[in-house]
Design a protein around this ligand. Structure first.
Ligand SMILES: Nc1nc2c(ncn2[C@@H]2O[C@H](COP(=O)(O)OP(=O)(O)O)[C@@H](O)[C@H]2O)c(=O)[nH]1
Ligand SMILES: [Mg+2]
Length: 380
């Protein structure tokens, strides 16, 4: 490192000297106004200490811009003005480059469809921006293009209705939990850790007890984590819903047998790493012995699609009723609903969109899902 003091009649002049001697990587360590007796002709004087982290023979002259922005502690109005105007011009350049890049990316992505009217190209962009896989979005838009003719293609409402119908056609739903007549309906939730199983169980329990006046009981088969059991137990206490933990498979059979007077038994399970075969086989066995009538896979939409996809593959080894999509409130990647639906053809059962129990859950509905996918977010 080389350090040097520069004395000049103004900050601007000092910076010029620093730039000339140290180049644009110079760091301004300090600056102060001084009285310079050697130059009585100067009206004022500044002393600036600058440093450069280079060998002397590497020193070269470049614009002082970078070091000025990042490292300078200059406080004089004059130098601030220089920096400000340089910053402004740089941010304009960056903005311009960003716009050009967006333009080029869009051109590469979408403008291979010059035969398609602008409104359909915009629809394609919208779908893709909302996370619908580009080739899927392409095929949807191409289908609409070939199913409409002439003037019809320019009718916004018609195009919107078409795309909505097409999305809906590609979504399946299960409808609500189906109740057995004379014995409890056993419902089990499975899924990766943190996707909202326990919260969703609590929402379902409260919904069925308080809105549909069903006799509900809860079992937690999540004995991996004390906190997980405690979470459901404290909810059950507040909601006045019977709760019992099950520590192993034979315990689970016994607990279910003890709850025969209830109409709905909801079973929470431990979050699983779907890549862990041993855990998956254990879950399969738990499900087999529970004789669950309905099994739901909870998947969080905040998870990236490749992981959702892995989970759908792994949990696919267990036949399940439907998917509960969680955390719709936390993402704009609604296109994944369509992506997974087309790729795995599994039905949706419930959606959740917040942490409030029981408000933030509702039955999956194809109309609403199609709108969410097109809107790119949950809610208005
Ligand atoms: N924003 C949001 N958070 C949720 C939703 N469902 C669950 N959570 C939160 O996600 C976290 C994990 O939920 P939990 O039920 O413990 O997941 P589990 O590990 O699958 O049982 C908790 O902080 C929940 O409050 C939802 O629909 N939206
Ligand atoms: Mg849990």
């Amino acid at each position: 490192m080389k350090i040097k003091k520069f004395i000049a009649p103004s900050m601007q002049e000092a910076l010029k000297q620093i730039k000339k001697e140290f180049g644009d990587d110079a760091i301004i360590l300090s600056n102060k106004s001084i009285e310079d007796k050697n130059h009585p002709e100067w009206k004022s004087a500044v002393e600036v200490t600058a440093a450069i982290d280079k060998k002397e023979d590497q020193l070269e002259t470049k614009p002082v811009f970078n070091s000025l922005i990042q490292k300078s502690s200059i406080q004089t109005t004059q130098s601030n003005n220089i920096m400000q105007s340089q910053l402004n011009s740089l941010s304009k350049d960056v903005e311009y480059l960003r716009e050009r890049m967006d333009f080029l990316i869009n051109q590469i992505k979408y403008d291979h469809l010059p035969h398609i009217p602008r409104n359909l190209q915009n629809l394609l962009k919208l779908l893709n921006n909302n996370g619908v896989n580009l080739s899927l979005a392409n095929s949807f838009v191409e289908d609409i293009f070939s199913s409409l003719k002439g003037e019809e293609l320019l009718e916004e409402d018609l195009v919107l209705n078409k795309i909505q119908a097409k999305i809906k056609h590609n979504l399946q739903i299960t409808g609500p939990i189906k109740f057995n007549q004379n014995h409890p309906t056993v419902v089990l939730l499975m899924g990766p850790t943190g996707t909202g199983k326990t919260t969703t169980i609590a929402k379902l329990a409260a919904l069925y007890k308080y809105t549909y006046s069903r006799k509900v009981a809860l079992i937690s088969a999540d004995s991996f984590r004390i906190a997980a059991m405690e979470q459901l137990k404290s909810f059950a206490e507040i909601a006045k819903i019977p709760f019992t933990p099950a520590y192993n498979n034979s315990d689970l059979i016994e607990k279910i047998n003890n709850m025969q007077k209830y109409e709905l038994i909801l079973i929470d399970t431990a979050g699983l790493n779907s890549k862990n075969m041993k855990q998956m086989v254990g879950l399969k066995e738990t499900i087999r012995i529970s004789k669950a009538d309905e099994i739901y896979l909870t998947l969080s939409l905040t998870t990236r699609y490749s992981d959702i996809s892995d989970n759908l593959k792994s949990f696919g080894m267990i036949p399940y009723t439907g998917i509960i999509l969680t955390k719709l409130d936390e993402t704009s990647g609604m296109g994944d609903i369509l992506n997974m639906s087309v790729e795995y053809e599994k039905p949706f059962s419930y959606i959740t969109y917040g942490q409030d129990i029981p408000e933030d859950i509702s039955l999956a509905n194809r109309n609403e899902l199609a709108q969410i996918i097109l809107r790119g977010k949950y809610g208005n």
